[in-house]
Design a protein around this ligand. Sequence first.
Ligand code: GRF
Length: 191
Amino acid sequence: MVELNFKKKICVFISGNGSNLKSLYKFSQSKKSNYKILLVVSNKAKAKGLLFTSQKKIKSFVIEKDKEIFETKSLKLLKKEKIDILCLAGFMRILSPTFIKKLKIPIINIHPSLLPKFKGLNTHQRAIDNNEKYSGCTVHYVTEKLDSGKTISQKKIRILKKDTAKSLAKKILKLEHKLLPETLNKICKIN
Ligand code: GRF
């Protein structure tokens, strides 16, 4: 179909459940989508997200190797498929500065906190322990410095007294499923 040619070509990196991948894919099937998911790469063979990619027949690769091999193989795939934007969705590996430099396209990530607060892991427990009134999620550009690239969009919620890390994670994951596709779609429109 002609209009498909104007859609931006996306690759998604995953490591686990792939719930963000599912919401990205669902959105991509709607008329308002400016992007199509051409490729999924996982650094974990057991990633549940791979069950989804096989169901939906999305081209996917598992590269469960050390960082250098993972990055070299991924770079080749991204170039071959002429990917326009790389989206990290539940991807639990830190990409090297070399990879980021060599990859000339934008990389975006969804992080489960209101950056710049709580970079890194265990964000929900840290927000609760710090008596934060709010938490949420952030879509940001990926740069050499972990979770420090320019913020593109955020969604926030109140942290309730009764909240635990588990209950907060559940609520924020729902926000991620809305924020990531909407934000990616906006970026695809501008570029
Ligand atoms: C979740 O903790 C989410 O907050 C973060 O990555 C984890 C798994 O996401 N972005 P997914 O279900 O694999 O997309």
